[in-house]
Design a binder for this molecule. Structure first.
Ligand code: 0RQ
Length: 499
């Protein structure tokens, strides 16, 4: 069946008010761009005529400005799931304009298949190649592409020449069966291939192919600084010590690390440690630092859901595919982030917190308990099944006005039951094998900023000190309250919260 080439504007005309669109990509890597950009223009034109025009968006993870950004500004999003990092989207969500469903990334595809999220009207899939018999070769991310292609009535392919066809073969496309027919996901080693290198669809469903040349809208991260470097170093030292104790096998274990400059600093520190052998990465987002470590033979293999790298880095991989072909694999998010596989492989998970409490609960998503930052992303997928689950955070935010170590988190994403280790630039709190009262001392003394240690000790002095988890409930969120009222948690006056 001949491919039907069309413009992005023509493809956007095929989308109706109220439709749900399913997108390729995971982070801005591999995300559809041209049709969503045209869709924002279409929504603005419809709104100018007084017509309602909004869609639902299903994706793998965050997208770039050409999707979440322009569509939020155009007020064209009714509902969206899952993770996002876009500032305009964040503003719209926190203004109550968009219904945002912050789902664990590993669960996104299955929730669509189970019918929890409604119909997928159109899939928009970025590809470096598409064939007349319905083979779609994805670009820099696996995401939820095979699922949205299978569920959608129509598929539009963005054939993007900014992604080299040399990358063909990097993907391992696999969709599990659903209960009650589900079996194990047969990934027993990070480099196991279990699927096909392309998404196979009914060619009749491909209603259009839009040619583009649009590089991924990679986010730039602030460069490493002394705080992130120290956090990286603290983690490397901690893991070496666990290896020497025999807790981590001598051959080491696969590592997952989140997104951002702390993740880059952590991997840099692991990579340059003389005591850690070359290791595997089994992660969702693979950043520049890992590509560098593969080149240096410090990382043996990288399994991921997306190459969330700078465009220079991505092109350098495409230019060197002979070298990278047997060292990188891109999977769907329900495989890269699958708790079954993560527990089997013994992955060491390293993610970033917005705040941690003295008992080990983690808030990864909400600022001051109410405003959405980004979302839980894959951090929950990895944390509970991890061999060792680690959370990192600088000890303070906003020039020291906020302590990221607090008596009680203002929103909970990861509970004390799931969190093994908390790391700041000041040290490592090891919560394993400790009850809550011991944990509180460990977290305050090892991780809190010295300005906040007396404040947190004073908090504990107002508790009964005996209960399983001692709290002084009226004061549990007093640091947050003080920041909201005065702009600095250090202005805390506990007497205001005592009866
Ligand atoms: O504010 O942007 O105004 O400067 O939050 O913080 O320190 O720059 O760090 O960009 O790595 O983001 C947790 C949000 C950290 C991210 C989070 C303010 C701080 C700054 C950003 P500014 P930093 P990062 C991988 C796995 C959740 C999901 C996850 C995230 C801004 O890592 O979204 O781990 N993680 N997924 O000043 C008020 C606090 C604050 C605070 C930081 N306690 N109170 N503001 N900030 N702590 C991703 C995927 O799954 C795909």
């Amino acid at each position: 069946m001949a491919l039907n080439f069309m413009t992005a504007e023509e493809a956007a005309e095929l989308i109706n008010h109220g439709d749900n669109i399913g997108l390729s990509g995971f982070t801005p890597a591999g995300t559809a761009k041209a049709v969503t950009f045209a869709l924002a223009k279409r929504a603005e034109a419809e709104h100018a005529k007084g017509h309602p025009f909004q869609v639902g968006i299903f994706t793998g993870a965050s997208t770039g400005n050409s999707c979440d950004g322009v569509l939020s500004v155009a007020k064209a999003i009714r509902y969206r799931a899952p993770y996002t990092t876009n500032k305009d989207f964040r503003k719209a969500v926190n203004n109550g304009e968009i219904s945002y469903n912050d789902i664990h990334l590993s669960q996104m595809a299955q929730e669509l298949r189970y019918g929890f999220l409604g119909k997928v009207n159109m899939a928009i899939i970025e590809a470096c190649e598409v064939t007349e018999d319905g083979k779609i070769y994805l670009t820099a991310a696996g995401g939820i592409s095979p699922t949205v292609c299978r569920l959608a009535d129509k598929i539009v392919v963005e054939l993007n020449s900014a992604h080299s066809k040399e990358s063909i073969g990097m993907h391992d496309v696999y969709e599990p069966l659903d209960p009650p027919y589900r079996r194990e996901i047969p990934v027993f080693k990070p480099n196991d291939r279990i699927g096909k290198p392309y998404v196979e669809v009914d060619p009749k469903k491909i209603v259009g192919v839009v040619k583009t040349d649009w590089p991924d809208e990679a986010r730039s991260f602030t460069s490493p600084d002394p705080v992130t470097d120290q956090i990286g170093q603290n983690i490397a030292n901690f893991l070496v010590s666990d290896m020497k104790k025999g807790i981590i096998p001598k051959s080491f274990l696969p590592v997952q690390s989140g997104v951002g400059n702390i993740a880059n600093a952590v991997l840099g520190a692991l990579g340059s440690s003389q005591d850690i052998p070359a290791f595997n990465v089994y992660t969702e987002v693979l950043q520049d630092a890992v590509i560098d470590l593969i080149r240096k033979e410090r990382v043996k293999f990288g399994s991921c859901c997306s190459l969330t790298v700078t465009n220079d880095c991505l092109n350098s991989v495409y230019d060197d595919m002979k070298f990278f072909k047997d060292k990188l694999i891109i999977r769907q998010s329900e495989v890269s982030n699958n708790p079954e596989v993560i527990r089997r492989l013994g992955v060491i998970s390293i993610n970033t917190a917005i705040e941690a409490d003295i008992y080990g609960n983690i808030n990864s998503t909400h600022i001051m308990g109410t405003k959405m930052m980004n979302g839980i992303g894959g951090s929950g997928d990895f944390t509970r099944p991890a061999y060792i689950s680690i959370f990192t955070t600088p000890s303070t935010a906003k020039d020291g006005k906020i302590s990221t170590i607090v008596p009680l988190v203002a929103h909970t994403d990861h509970t004390e039951h799931d969190v093994n280790i908390i790391v700041t630039e000041y040290g490592v709190a090891d919560l394993r094998g400790k009850g809550p009262k011991e944990r509180a001392i460990e977290v305050i003394e090892k991780c809190a900023h010295p300005d906040y240690r007396p404040i947190l000790r004073e908090y504990l002095s107002y508790t009964d000190g005996k209960s399983q988890t001692p709290h002084f409930m009226k004061g549990a969120l007093a640091l947050h309250d003080t920041f909201i009222k005065t702009g600095d948690m250090r202005n805390i006056d506990w007497s205001k919260y005592l009866d």
